[in-house]
Design a protein around this ligand. Structure first.
Ligand code: FE2
Ligand code: FE2
Length: 256
């Protein structure tokens, strides 16, 4: 406690901080310990006087937070205890994005099933869409984890029935499927940007950081990667070119 000892005429004065007595939590006062010099020489403690001073209290508002989190005693809380400055608009937007990711995952699963058919038999595209479907579901789970962490409630919605056949009379199935994928990834990017702007409008810096760090950069890369595949498939045309391209894709997916 002791900060310094100041000699005065016949006394030593020790000054330091001492926590004030209850009931004021967190309040501190300036203590002055007055010690007769004779007593100080003999090692005596002297008496303590309290002086009221204005002291910054950075944790002073913890009392109001404690009042909130301690409500309900031992009963199981009906609402989240962790929730803090998490707007219901953000909660709803996260649930909408979970639904987007599930819908895209389902569409990719349908593409996996299509390219696995014996009369289609493009194993590279089948493997690619199988992985892509899992990845989109992982995106949904990442959003679910974030929702839970912020104290929001995950509300799952229904998933659209996906397209089942992907053969296009002029483009063939591989190019058509990859153009559809590009459209889906660009749509997902738009939805992520909307999610970010909801967080921004609500002044939710944590959610902005989450969407930027976990989704936005990766999504831009995904769009670029699929766009390259569309360009390559336009070069190879139909028939054997698609078969050779698919074999290369199979190798890349298997190595990854
Ligand atoms: Fe995604
Ligand atoms: Fe994606």
């Amino acid at each position: 406690m002791m900060v310094s000892a100041l000699p005065t005429q016949g006394y030593s004065v020790a000054i330091g901080w001492r926590r004030a007595a209850a009931p004021t939590r967190g309040a501190y006062g300036l203590c002055r310990r007055v010690i007769p010099k004779a007593a100080a020489a003999a090692g005596g403690g002297g008496s303590i006087e309290m002086m009221a001073v204005d002291v910054p209290q950075p944790l002073g508002s913890v009392d109001s937070q404690l009042d909130i989190v301690s409500q309900g005693g031992l009963s199981l809380p009906a609402e989240s205890l962790a929730r803090q400055v998490f707007d219901t608009r953000c909660e709803q937007a996260v649930n909408e994005q979970i639904n987007v990711e599930y819908n895209v995952s389902y569409a990719y699963h349908a593409l996996y099933a299509y390219f696995s058919r014996d009369n289609v038999a493009l194993p590279g595209l089948a493997a690619y869409f199988k992985d892509a479907s899992v990845e989109e579901r992982e995106h949904a789970e990442k959003l679910m984890d974030y929702q839970a962490m912020r104290g929001g409630k995950v509300v799952l919605q229904s998933i659209m029935l996906p397209q089942l056949d992907f053969n296009h009379p002029e483009k063939g199935d591989a190019l058509y499927a990859m153009e559809l994928t590009l459209a889906l990834e660009k749509l997902t990017n738009e939805k992520l940007l909307q999610l970010h702007s909801v967080a921004d409008d609500c002044g939710d810096a944590s959610m902005c950081d989450f969407v930027e760090g976990e989704f936005l950069a990766e999504q831009v890369e995904a769009v670029n990667e699929v766009a390259r595949k569309v360009a390559q498939l336009r070069r190879v045309g139909l028939g054997h070119g698609v078969w050779a391209w698919d074999q290369e894709l199979l190798e890349a997916v298997t190595e990854a």
